[in-house]
Design a protein around this ligand. Structure first.
Ligand code: NAD
Length: 492
């Protein structure tokens, strides 16, 4: 069985920052795969606009090495790669001056009937100036869209400024705020499981779900991004966007349809229902951590401050939060969120833990009856597993066993799991905003985050230290264990 490809109309994809890391590692490889799958029609163009002084042939050489670095050799194809390079163009443009804007305008002129996507793969300080220039040079057509990446501000006030600057030139229906987690196959599968089955939804509430865990763990440290990270921290960098978006998809009410505004209306209600965390309860409901270095047999893993080149810092590289969605469906059900850098493994997953059975009919020799869990794994090995109790097969009496029912089908269907960017970039071209965040959602998320950040700033204590390569400070374990629960660990 092969994936069904829905063609899109020919487009101009203008990537501001088209020579940067995001473009090279994610955007160009994603577009290459869409061409490979036959989704990019004749007459489409990828126009990189960056400050680098490159002509189109030199840019194509750069694209060639990006593709060679990110697309495995066995699925590369020389004629296709040549076709891909022919789609790519470069214009030298400076966001902060007049340099290059006329040339970009000239390249786009006469193509007003094509979809025109402006992807702002540049530092956020350029979002406003680029939108303003795009508007002033009359490059925005009715078929235009703009895509912005995190960080969308560092608090509610700055996020409003970004949104105002973008909104001065583009209508909200043209703005695509990307959170690539939403483009992941398993995140979509969560929607299918919840809303295309009669099985889960009746159980999807406080009566049957004990708690939910959302973990986004990275093994890497901040590396060369220390100066950016010092202005952000894990709460702003990960929780405000990725973790809260995942929480919304778990907790939302069934939307009226799988359309952009129905979905986003329901996610917004979840964000508004989050019980506030502020100076009164932050010490009880949140844990901050920062990794310290580790000497190994023949190496040293640097601490956060060493990597960031600072003598000391109060920036958190780890955060755990016990959140609650205060509404009829979820009252009393904790949502434990945890994310950090330099943790033991790179894993992103949602674990929905069901309540224990009300009465055990089996005697002790059968073994412990464990609660059902639905584990939605976003990376690595995207997939969904429903943990159930079964009878251990074969003779030996009634012995019980906790096993995962594997509901991941990409392999069984012989399908390559596309990168989230592939789906999201094509949604931009199609004008489908379902998997993108609306302005009010982003702002509601900041409205919940800001008091937590403020509570931490008022607090004199430093983040709790944790050794690189461990699961964060011990207080994170205590956060969940004092409720009689444990962080999920895959055991099979
Ligand atoms: P980068 O530093 O690698 O690239 C920056 C790009 O911006 C370059 O192409 C550069 O030529 C261009 N540029 C710089 N100044 C300019 C100017 N005055 N006018 C026009 N172009 C200019 O950055 P990046 O890592 O690709 O990140 C870009 C944005 O995407 C940032 O906002 C970042 O936070 C966000 N982001 C990046 C990643 C990632 O994986 N790299 C992931 C999520 C979000």
């Amino acid at each position: 069985m092969s994936a069904r490809i829905i063609p899109v109309e020919p487009f101009d994809f203008v990537v501001f920052g088209g020579t940067g890391d995001l473009a090279q590692r994610k955007l160009l490889p994603a577009l290459y795969h869409r061409l490979q799958d036959g989704q990019i029609p004749e007459g489409s163009r990828i126009i990189a606009a960056s400050r680098d002084e490159l002509d189109t042939p030199s840019y194509r050489s750069l694209v060639l090495s990006s593709i060679e670095n990110s697309v495995p050799e066995d699925i590369r194809d020389t004629p296709l790669l040549e076709r891909f390079l022919q789609l790519c163009h470069h214009v030298t443009v400076d966001a902060g001056s007049e340099l290059g804007w006329d040339a970009l305008g000239a390249l786009l002129r006469g193509r007003e009937d094509h979809v025109r996507a402006f992807y702002l793969a540049v530092a956020p300080r350029f979002f406003g100036p680029i939108c303003e220039q795009v508007g002033r040079h009359q490059l925005v057509t009715p078929l235009s869209r703009v895509v912005i990446e995190k960080p969308m501000g560092r608090d509610l006030a700055s996020s409003k400024l970004v949104n105002n600057a973008v909104g001065a030139v583009f209508n909200e229906s043209q703005v695509f705020r990307i959170d690539h987690y939403l483009g992941k196959e398993t995140v979509q599968n969560l929607m299918a499981l919840r809303f295309a089955n009669a099985l889960f939804e009746p159980l999807w509430n406080a009566a049957h779900i004990d708690h939910v865990q959302i973990t986004v763990a990275e093994t890497l440290g901040v590396g060369g991004r220390g100066s950016y990270y010092e202005t952000a921290g894990a709460l702003r960098d990960m929780v405000q966007n990725h973790l809260l978006q995942l929480l919304c998809l778990v907790a939302m009410e069934p939307p009226e349809s799988y359309s952009a505004d129905s979905m986003r209306d329901e996610k917004l209600k979840v964000l508004k229902a989050l019980r506030p965390i502020d100076a009164d309860n932050a010490a009880r409901l949140t844990v901050r951590g920062q990794y310290t270095g580790l000497n190994t047999a023949n190496d040293r893993i640097p601490s956060y401050t060493e990597e960031a080149g600072l003598s000391r810092s109060r920036t958190e590289t780890f955060v755990a939060i016990k959140a609650e969605v205060a509404n009829w469906r979820w009252a009393g059900v904790p949502f434990y969120l945890r994310t950090g850098k330099r943790l033991p493994s790179r894993v992103s997953e949602i674990v929905v833990c069901f309540r224990p059975i009300p009465h055990n009919i089996f005697d002790q020799s059968s073994g412990r009856v464990q609660s059902n869990k639905l584990v939605i794994r976003l990376q690595p090995d995207e997939g969904v597993k429903q943990w159930v109790m079964i009878k251990d097969p074969g003779p030996g009496g009634m012995r019980l066993r906790h096993v995962p029912l594997d509901m991941s089908f990409a392999e069984a269907f012989g399908i390559r799991n596309p990168d989230a960017y592939e789906r999201l970039l094509m949604d931009v071209v199609r004008g489908n905003q379902t998997l993108f965040m609306r302005r009010d959602e982003v702002e509601a998320a900041w409205r919940w985050i800001d008091p937590i950040q403020e509570a931490w700033e008022q607090d004199d204590t430093a983040p709790n230290a944790y050794t690189a390569g461990t699961w964060g400070p011990t207080r994170s374990v205590a956060l969940i264990e004092r409720d009689g629960r444990t962080w999920h660990e895959e055991t099979v």
